[in-house]
Design a protein around this ligand. Sequence first.
Ligand SMILES: Cc1cc2nc3c(=O)[nH]c(=O)nc-3n(C[C@H](O)[C@H](O)[C@H](O)COP(=O)(O)O)c2cc1C
Length: 161
Amino acid sequence: MSDIDPKEFRNVLGHFPTGVTVVTGMDGDTPVGLTIGSFTSVSLDPPMVGFLPTTNSSSWAAMSASGRFCVNVLGDTQGDVCWTFAKSGNEDERFSNLAWHASPLGSPVIDGSLAWIDCEVESVTEMGDHYFVLGRVASLAAGDGGPLLFFKGSLGGFSPA
Ligand SMILES: Cc1cc2nc3c(=O)[nH]c(=O)nc-3n(C[C@H](O)[C@H](O)[C@H](O)COP(=O)(O)O)c2cc1C
């Protein structure tokens, strides 16, 4: 048992700003995805990235069998996409009214995303109440525009300091 209060943990960690991604994949013929802030670049050679879904994430469970995922880096006009993929109870409707196409490995690329990174799962490691999912990058691309940022529970854009 830890004596760190979960509320304090969330509050303090909320002071660390992150970018916002939607990690997508396929469950058979059905697209699935969830909003992820814990995305990180891991290795350049070989090219690898990672993210941490909770162990009870239904979307990660749904896409994991395919052994593939695509990281969609959201731009500053995609706040609605962030909340749609973060809400619970709407899992079947997250791709309704959303334009997307298949990545080279077949995972959804959300139109208008700032960048996408198409991956094959290299390993999945349980860490406390999350998994660390390590992916080997198969292909990737970036467009123009500003990033969507998450800080202390709110979304915003980037401005040079
Ligand atoms: C900005 C932001 C970042 C998030 N980052 C993560 C994350 O890194 N890991 C995670 O498990 N959930 C994260 N979430 C919460 C999930 O998106 C949310 O719990 C979602 O409903 C999970 O979907 P699922 O239950 O279909 O797997 C984040 C939510 C927001 C708004």
